[in-house]
Design a protein around this ligand. Structure first.
Ligand code: ADP
Ligand code: MG
Length: 689
């Protein structure tokens, strides 16, 4: 952690603690722990209330509970020619007996003995006899400090092979005893200010003070203590919020520092342009820009002409036409004599951009270079040594071996698939070049401000005109014959189709999960005489590109694929998409997938086939049938499925929080922003945001 002074004892390695030897270093490294502070900030997975442990007699089916008892019998049984085994012990706590079973862990027989005292934690599976399968266990050992492990709320940590729960718990306890008083407060002035304000109930109107004050009143040291050994379970959540707030403030301050450094250090690369490339480009494009696209370009042009480098986020739903905006931005930089780098998350997408840009820019005399993992040696569409060029690639662009002179503009497509680090790495290839990042992941505004606080945002509203409709249907597996008949009809009309499955192989009969490799032959017969292409993540880049080329040229009419086609792929003649096991995809992801069709003038159809069409599944998938608005879908996804995927992507693009949770802590995020901006008001170098 950066805010702790270098001489603080908390920055010392964990090995300074008694009982931690060199052999622990590697084990701790697996948990991300190297210093004492890391240990103190290692969050428990859960807590167990051992003040009153449940008794066997009270256990209820499917409810998680802890029981402390003595092993009265144990045994190991092998079956299936000794290839499988089950180990079982019977626990007695005086009120009843509990059977605990483990499959295929025969070595447990050596660990647990009759007479041992054990905590088990798990869910009761059956009542007669009372049975738990694969419960967590903790042996009570002679000489255990009862004050740490018994009669209190105890932390249960995520472990790694070789570290025991009790040992780690004891270690954290001792570390807290030894260093607890030396945990420095963070952001003292800010928090004191906020606590005051919220008590006064004034200045920070957007935050309900009642919701925040308890967490704010906690000192960081107290929070860290409650994180591990709370007196009441409710303290854990408050502690998490308090530590999460520190993380949010750290992020906000870092974002602001980045912005300020940019303002202070960056020499401007004014890209005024003179339209000598843009004008002919727009003339040969074949369509005119929408109002929204034009408005965004006006903002971008103003950014590029300014004394500080552009830092802009371009949001626009799938198919909104972000690529053309990227092309115009590219041309502005090229006109001013600067090279441009465009980074995309997949090779398929990079190749597609490459083809488009070659088609658009070569006639203007501009060279386009492709650089991906499998194409290390850049393929140059047209040598143009004297002119500025466009470099397109995957993350291969951030590798050291890629250098570019006079880098004036960096564009990142599908930003949410990258991390901030990769973005910064690419920017460092030049001297504060302009930056345009694009994403189709709709993010609620507050979230966006937290995550992309250092970027100005533009939005392309709506889709370009002249698109056919997309109709979306939800179907059960019994309707598949009809679905394939429908697909055959569309193919016979000359259209093309995507057929999407969740897996490459390892189809799973139990859940009805299908895989592309297994479906290929079946669908080849089903859709004959039309030809079928196969696309998935295990193919080499060359193989993928060959399949895509066949599909684009309509040499294959249907593309059987995994979600690798999720981002960016653009084939206007494709009008049908069938997604099997649709229940396994997030709504936002289904929306992205569906964005592959409806790109031309023909009407399009998307059929979502669920392996089992339960009411909940139907309800969830219906959202897609009812709207094609990405924001509405993202919100529904958040509501129905929780923050998972969307936030996962967003979060990985910003920061890894240990305690803060963007889904639950938006209010805290807001508070952190306001606190950070309050601080800026007192500092002379004020940020722009
Ligand atoms: P996305 O925003 O998802 O990246 P694309 O840039 O791939 O979308 O655009 C989708 C399709 O829309 C492309 O085929 C593109 O050429 C076309 N397009 C973009 N802008 C317009 C427009 N103003 N009028 C008509 N078609 C457009
Ligand atoms: Mg795109």
């Amino acid at each position: 952690m950066t805010n702790i002074a270098a001489n603080s004892p908390l920055t010392r390695p964990v090995t300074t603690l008694r009982g931690v030897g060199p052999r622990h270093v590697e084990l701790f490294a697996k948990l991300g722990i190297t210093t004492i502070e890391d240990l103190l900030l290692y969050p428990p997975r859960r807590h167990e209330d051992r003040r009153t442990s449940s008794t066997t007699a009270q256990l209820k089916i499917d409810e998680a509970a802890t029981v402390l008892g003595k092993i009265v019998a144990q045994g190991l049984t092998f079956f299936a020619k000794r290839s499988k085994s089950v180990f079982e012990f019977i626990l007695d706590d005086g009120t009843g007996r509990l059977h605990c079973r483990w499959w295929n862990l025969p070595w447990l027989a050596e660990r647990f003995h009759v007479g041992d005292e054990v905590f088990v934690y798990g869910k009761l599976k059956s009542l007669k006899p009372r049975t738990m399968d694969h419960p967590e266990t903790e042996l009570v050992e002679a000489g255990d400090e009862a004050s740490i492990h018994l009669h209190r709320i105890v932390p249960v940590y995520p472990l790694t092979e070789g570290l025991s729960q009790r040992w780690l718990r004891g270690l954290v306890w001792r570390a807290l005893e030894q260093f607890g008083t030396q945990i420095p407060e963070r952001h003292v002035e800010l928090l004191a200010g906020a606590a005051l304000e919220s008590r006064a109930g004034a200045v920070l109107p957007s935050i309900p003070p009642s919701a925040l004050s308890p967490a704010l009143r906690l000192s960081r040291a107290a929070a860290i203590h409650s994180l591990h050994f709370p007196a009441e379970l409710a303290e854990v959540e408050l502690a998490r919020q308090r530590l999460g707030l520190d993380e949010f403030i750290d992020l906000q301050l870092a974002v602001r520092a980045r912005r300020q450094k940019l303002l202070a250090k960056a020499k401007s690369l004014p890209c005024k342009g003179n339209n000598h490339l843009i004008r002919p480009f727009l003339a040969q494009l074949g369509f005119s820009l929408t109002e929204s696209q034009t408005a965004v370009l006006r903002e971008i042009r103003a950014d590029l002409a300014r004394g500080t480098p552009m830092r802009r986020l371009l949001q626009g739903d799938v198919g909104a036409g972000k690529t053309v905006v990227a092309a115009c931005t590219t041309l502005m930089a090229l006109e001013s004599g600067y090279n441009v780098a465009l980074m995309a998350p997949t090779e398929i997408l990079a190749e597609q951009h490459f083809r488009n840009f070659v088609r658009w820019l070569n006639p203007l005399g501009v060279g386009v270079v492709l650089r991906t993992g499998s194409r290390k040696s850049s393929s140059n569409s047209q040598p143009a040594k004297t002119h500025a060029q466009l470099f397109i690639g995957t993350h291969a662009l951030v590798e050291d071996t890629f250098t570019v002179e006079r880098l004036g503009l960096v564009i990142i497509d599908e930003q949410h698939k990258f991390g901030v680090t990769q973005r910064e790495q690419l920017l460092r290839k030049g001297h504060y070049p302009h930056l345009l990042v694009m994403t189709a992941t709709p993010i609620p505004r507050t979230l966006g401000l937290t995550i992309y606080g250092d970027l100005d945002a533009s939005v392309i509203n709506g889709l370009p005109p002249g698109r056919g409709n997309i109709k979306t249907f939800v179907r059960g597996p019994d309707k598949l014959p009809k679905v394939w008949a429908f697909v055959r009809e569309r193919l016979a009309e000359g259209r093309q189709a995507y057929l999407v499955y969740p897996r490459v192989e390892d189809a799973d009969l139990k859940t009805g999960t299908k895989a592309v490799l297994a479906e290929f032959e079946k669908l080849t017969k089903e859709l004959a005489p039309h030809r079928l292409g196969l696309l998935h993540g295990r193919l080499s880049a060359q193989e993928k590109e060959a399949v895509m080329a066949d599909y684009r040229a309509n040499r294959v009419q249907a593309l059987l694929a995994t979600s690798v086609i999720e981002v960016g792929v653009d084939v206007a003649n494709a009008t049908v998409m069938v997604i099997e096991n649709a229940e396994q995809f997030g709504l936002a992801q289904l929306h992205q997938l569906r964005g592959r069709i409806g790109r031309g003038a023909h009407d399009s159809w998307c059929v979502l086939v669920a392996a089992k069409l339960t009411d909940t599944t139907r309800e969830r998938l219906k959202v897609l049938a009812e709207t094609t608005d990405g924001f509405a879908i993202a919100e529904a996804d958040l509501r129905l499925r929780g923050p998972g995927e969307l936030l996962g992507q967003v979060q990985s693009g910003a920061a890894q929080f240990k305690f803060a949770d963007l889904a639950r802590d938006l209010e805290l995020a807001k508070l952190a922003r306001e606190l950070a901006s309050v601080r800026d008001k007192f500092s002379p170098a004020r940020g722009k945001v």
